[in-house]
Ligand binder design. Structure first.
Ligand SMILES: [Zn+2]
Length: 420
């Protein structure tokens, strides 16, 4: 099947100038040519009417299967969680997201259902369960009664659902990482310091010894992939950088030395500016007062770190919303583009949500589930994951954030929306 998009300008995901007045040829699920192309032998012609073809959006930090507040998840059956997650992934595709990295959640089944056409949604690179030490940010047991410590995780919906897992010591960490790889993880997520939404780990706690973190990195890199760490404070970032962790989620409370290390080692930073402002204003439901107090601190610190990102010219930045919870939270996903544009500039926001995510995801090498084409760029040989925007995104992300001006959504060569 050949589709041809005519009368288009192209934002290729990288350059700060459009490629003007070209056609884009799509054969099956790949982009095969960009330029002047004869329309006579194609099956379908899509007239972009002067609109901009750009890569489908990508989000490097979501939790699709954590589809309710933690307390509500505890009252839901697995079927209910699955059905909600399918709705959330469908909505995500319909707001222009064609690939996401799920960094904590049992999302392999959803991914497989989407890939096989049983559900609609973005491509998913799952991390499966996020790993932490006992009493760490993945230890979501809400009850400290001692007799409950040894008999499973029955009071933690997050752990029952396979979104979180506890592993202590080198051998347990090696096993837990390998279990996630066995279940289809594209990359490994660990908790390398205190978290805001969990109850028993103050933000300033250090989690996982250097040796435990190195064990996670070793087991991941033996499978060609890398470790992404939930991380807020500078001491935790120093340890994780030494262990070889390559993706810092949040990276909230930076200091000069660690910003410099991040730059030198090429570590990726995935900040979340919109969610940070939401949690700072207590707009996301959390289990108790202590978690609200912690999130407020995190929400406020995120914007100070943006200044260090600029000062040290950190370019390995990817778009990540940390969308977690019900549809009301996920519905805000596009707001992060505007938040990044306000914090940095338009081209940084657009690159972070397209080609930068594509580069980050390539670090999964042979654990990368989508190896047929490039992701996050409009180039020959890339997957036909694209949007047609009425307007020029380089003049401001508003035309991308507004779903009315997102005229066409195509993923894997298939058109999911066309209002041209
Ligand atoms: Zn998260």
């Amino acid at each position: 099947m050949k589709k041809l998009i005519i009368n288009a300008n192209v934002f290729n995901g990288v350059d700060d100038k459009l490629i003007e007045n070209v056609s884009v040829l799509i054969e099956d699920n790949l982009i095969t040519k960009i330029g002047v192309i004869d329309a006579s032998e194609v099956d379908v012609v899509i007239d972009a009417k002067g609109g901009t073809v750009m890569p489908g959006l990508m989000d490097a930090h979501v939790h699709i299967t954590l589809s309710a507040s933690f307390n509500e998840l505890d009252t839901m059956t697995r079927e209910e969680v699955a059905i909600r997650s399918a709705r959330i992934s469908d909505d995500m595709l319909m707001r222009g997201f064609t690939t996401v990295r799920d960094v904590g959640g049992n999302s392999q089944g959803l991914k497989a259902s989407i890939d096989k056409g049983y559900a609609n949604g973005p491509r998913i690179l799952p991390s499966m369960a996020a790993l932490s030490q006992t009493c760490g940010h993945s230890d979501y047991r809400q009850n400290q009664a001692q007799e409950r410590l040894r008999d499973g995780h029955e009071d933690s919906p997050m752990m029952k659902l396979g979104a979180m897992q506890v592993a202590d010591g080198r051998s347990e960490v090696l096993r837990a990482v390998r279990e996630q790889l066995f279940m289809g993880a594209s990359q490994i997520k660990i908790m390398a310091g205190g978290g805001a939404s969990s109850t028993f780990d103050p933000l300033d706690t250090l989690q996982y010894t250097l040796d435990e973190m190195k064990a996670a990195v070793e087991a991941a890199s033996d499978y060609g992939t890398y470790v992404a760490a939930h991380i807020h404070t500078a001491p935790a970032m120093r340890r994780a950088a030494e262990a070889g962790v390559m993706s810092f989620e949040h990276a909230t409370i930076m200091e000069d030395d660690i910003a410099q290390t991040i730059k030198e080692k090429g570590i990726w930073v995935i900040p979340s500016y919109f969610t940070s402002s939401l949690i700072a204003e207590r707009k996301i439901p959390l289990p108790n007062e202590e978690t609200y107090r912690k999130t407020e601190r995190v929400g406020k610190a995120m914007f100070k770190s943006a200044e260090l990102i600029k000062k040290y010219d950190i370019q390995n930045l990817a778009f990540g919303t940390d969308c977690i919870g019900d549809t009301r939270v996920h519905d805000t996903q596009l707001n992060e583009l505007t938040a990044i544009e306000n914090t940095f500039d338009t081209i940084t926001a657009l690159r972070m949500a397209t080609s930068n995510c594509g580069r980050l995801f390539e670090m999964s090498t042979y654990q990368h589930p989508y190896q047929e084409g490039k992701l996050g760029q409009i180039v020959e040989g890339a997957y036909a994951d694209l949007l047609i925007i009425d307007g020029n995104p380089l003049e401001g992300v508003e035309s991308v954030v507004n779903t009315e001006t997102q005229k066409v959504i195509m993923k894997d060569g298939k058109v999911y929306k066309n209002t041209l």
